[in-house]
Design a protein around this ligand. Structure first.
Ligand code: NDP
Length: 247
C-alpha cells in the first residue's frame, strides 16, 4: 500500500494533499508542528475519504524530530513510499530596508533546512540502494522563486529559489536509487499563510490580476502534487509544475 508522509499536513495545501491521497486509498501520515486539532481534523477527513491516517508532531527544523517523524510513520502505517515536503512559512511583508538577519535565518531554517532534512530522511527510507522500495518526493516551492516578490517577501522568494536548485540536484542524485524528485510552484492560493504574511486578503485581491482571473484553490495544487507522486509520472524527475493561473 502507498504510504505518504506530508510535512505541514495540518492546514492549507498540505491538508488538501492528505485528503486527495486518502481519496485514492493511500495511508497518510499528517505531520504538524503546533496545531494538533487541525492535524486530527485532516486525519479524520483522510479516513472519511477512504484512506488510513495518523498524525505525528514534529518541527521540520529539528533534526531529531524529523528522524522521529519518519520512524513513527513507518511504525504506525508501514514502509513510507511517498513524501511531500510542504511545511513552509512567510514573514510579514517588508521592504528590503526593514529585513534583518534574524528574520532571514528563520525563513531559511523552515523553508530550506526543513526541506533538506525532510528530503534526507525520505531518501533514507525510499532509496533502493539502501533496501527501500523506491518512490517519489515532491517539494512545495513557489512562483515567488521566479517572480522575486519585490517589496514584500524577497527573503521568502530567495528561500524558494533554493528549493528549486535542491529539486534539480536531488533529482539527479537520487534517480539511480529509484527515487523521483519534482516540485510544484503554487501561485496565489487561498490559505492562512497570507494572514501570517500580514495580508489575509492577498490571494483574493491579487488573484484577479492573474491571466485566469482568480486565486487558486488548495485542491488544484493537490491534483498536481498527486500526479507527480503517481506512477503516471514514472519518467518525470527534476521537473516543475507551476500551479499559478498563468501568472
Ligand atoms: P499554511 O500556513 O496554511 O500551512 C502551513 C503548514 O506548515 C501548517 O500545517 C504548519 O503546521 C506547517 N508548518 C509550519 N512550520 C512548520 C515546521 N517548522 N515544522 C512542521 N510544520 C510546519 O500554508 P500553505 O498551505 O499556504 O503553504 C504550504 C506550502 O505552500 C508552503 O511551503 C508555502 O510556502 C507554499 N506556498 C503557498 C502559497 C499560497 O499562496 N498559499 C503559494 C506558493 C507556495 P502548524 O500550524 O501545525 O505548525
Amino acid at each position: 500500500m502507498a504510504h505518504l508522509v506530508v510535512t505541514g499536513g495540518s492546514r492549507g495545501i498540505g491538508a488538501a494533499v492528505c485528503r486527495l491521497a486518502g481519496a485514492r486509498g493511500w495511508a497518510v501520515t499528517v505531520n504538524y508542528r503546533d496545531d494538533a486539532a487541525a492535524a486530527e481534523a485532516t486525519a479524520v477527513a483522510v479516513r472519511a475519504a477512504g484512506g488510513e491516517a495518523r498524525t505525528v508532531r514534529g518541527d521540520v527544523t529539528r533534526e531529531a524530530e524529523v528522524v522521529g517523524l519518519f520512524e513513527s510513520a513507518a511504525a504506525a502505517l508501514g514502509p513510507v513510499t511517498h513524501v511531500v515536503a510542504n511545511a513552509g512559512i512567510v514573514a510579514p511583508a517588508s521592504k528590503l530596508a526593514d529585513m534583518t538577519a534574524e528574520r532571514m535565518a528563520r525563513v531559511v531554517e523552515v523553508n530550506v533546512t526543513g526541506t533538506l532534512l525532510t528530503a534526507r530522511e525520505a531518501a533514507r527510507r525510499l532509496s533502493r540502494a539502501r533496501g527501500g522500495p523506491g518512490g517519489a518526493l515532491v517539494i512545495v516551492s513557489s512562483m515567488a522563486s521566479r517572480l522575486g516578490s519585490p517589496n514584500e517577501y524577497v527573503d521568502y522568494a530567495a528561500s524558494k529559489g533554493a528549493l528549486d536548485a535542491l529539486t534539480l540536484g536531488l533529482a539527479r542524485e537520487l534517480a539511480p536509487e529509484g527515487v523521483r524528485v519534482n516540485a510544484v510552484r503554487p501561485g496565489l492560493i487561498e490559505t492562512e499563510i497570507h494572514a501570517s504574511g500580514g495580508a489575509p486578503d492577498r490571494a483574493a485581491r491579487l488573484g484577479a490580476t492573474t491571466p485566469i482571473g482568480r486565486a487558486g484553490t488548495v485542491g488544484e495544487v493537490a491534483e498536481a502534487v498527486l500526479w507527480l507522486l503517481s506512477d503516471a509520472a514514472s519518467y518525470t524527475t527534476g521537473a516543475f509544475i507551476d500551479v499559478s493561473g498563468g501568472r
